[in-house]
Design a protein. Structure first.
Length: 364
């Protein structure tokens, strides 16, 4: 029996959760047991992404307050007649999905990607789903508080396509593009510029690092409401020659092979896709043991861990790797092997397909 699945992704940009949807759909295309349909906003980046064996359905979507969204989705459901609905994003989709499964009686599953707490309404919302999948055990610890009546609550990790990160390390391009002195080593962070991602800690740690390692540059990639605040902090610490705010980039796959160390001192994290990408590029990582990060980074094995907010620990870890090229290489290689075996799109697709079949058999 071929299962017809309607995937709903309402994000406009092709990174984070939306990128995971493309990995899943393309990996599921190898199975003869499923027929994939994707509902997404018109003019969204995923609507023009290369997808294998997937029928596309677009709607005009104006965000979480779009009162006409449910009607548009119900019309698509009546046309597609899916056996199962898979809600991938929040951005209102988790609420619309709960209503969609209630009114259509089509079983639905929801993928939860973040580990922040939700309101009491979440118990009603998730209670409408046949399954709620979390991308890490860290996320599941949060979401299970709202899922008393949800029978299936698996952890299905996000993935990364290793082939996207087999780029030649064009360090000359990186140094020229970001005005980095040729002899400098490079550490980098890729995250939204918000407090829980820990960029302020990186700046403060770099103040200590450059005192013993003046030949290092730190690149902070991302955008967010704290950009001006971080710029002021960099200037206050007199680090303008060593720490650079580089803005959001879509060239992560090109940049990663050119940096020496990836820093991710987050205070909260669902899983950390950048850590998967760093592993795919065989980069050494320094991170914090929060959320789903310990499922990727094992201290002294696939990276180094420091406690959230530990500035001295962060600076010491950076200096340790700058001083030990052999360890830096070894951590990157071990992380690559871990990512390759546990976080492939094929493994993610296998587990979701098993969940689809389980839910559909239960509701047959």
């Amino acid at each position: 029996m071929t299962l017809r699945v309607l995937h709903i992704e309402l994000g406009r940009h092709l990174y984070g959760g939306a990128k995971q949807v493309t990995y899943l759909l393309n990996a599921l295309a190898d199975s003869n047991d499923i027929e994939n349909h994707l509902l997404c906003p018109v003019n969204s980046e995923i609507s023009i992404a290369p997808l294998s064996k997937c029928q596309l359905h677009t709607i005009a979507y104006h965000g979480e307050t779009d009162l006409f969204a449910l009607g548009k989705m119900m019309r698509i459901c009546r046309s597609v007649k899916p056996d199962l609905i898979h809600i991938h994003s929040r951005r209102g989709a988790d609420v619309w999905g709960a209503l969609l499964t209630k009114f259509t009686k089509i079983p639905a599953i929801c993928t939860r990607r973040v580990d922040n707490t939700e309101s009491k309404f979440a118990k009603y919302k998730y209670g409408k789903y046949a399954a709620v999948a979390s991308i890490s055990h860290g996320v599941h610890e949060v979401v299970k508080q709202h899922c008393d009546n949800v029978e299936y609550q698996p952890v299905i990790h996000s993935s990364v396509d290793l082939s996207e990160f087999h780029h030649y390390a064009d360090r000359e391009w990186l140094h020229e593009r970001f005005a980095i002195p040729k002899h400098h080593k490079v550490v980098a962070n890729f995250a939204q510029l918000i407090s829980r991602k820990g960029q302020a800690d990186i700046v403060l740690a770099m103040k200590k690092v450059v005192q013993t390692h003046p030949d290092v540059t730190c690149l902070l990639f991302g955008k967010g409401k704290l950009q001006e605040s971080y710029l002021a902090l960099i200037e206050k610490m007199r680090l303008t020659e060593h720490v650079k705010l580089c803005g959001f980039t879509q060239k992560v796959a090109k940049i990663l092979p050119c940096v020496d160390i990836v820093l991710h001192p987050a205070y909260a994290e669902g899983l950390g896709v950048i850590l998967l990408q760093a592993g795919a590029a065989k980069r050494a990582v320094i991170a914090c043991p929060v959320g789903g990060i310990p499922e990727i980074i094992h201290h002294e094995e696939t990276g180094l861990m420091v406690s959230p907010g530990d500035i001295n620990g962060m600076s010491a870890a950076i200096e340790r790797l700058l001083n030990d090229e052999e360890l830096t290489t070894k951590l990157g290689e071990r992380l690559f092997q871990h990512i390759k075996s546990e976080f492939s799109p094929q493994e993610m697709a296998r587990r979701y397909l098993a969940l689809y079949k389980q839910v559909c058999e239960k509701n047959a």
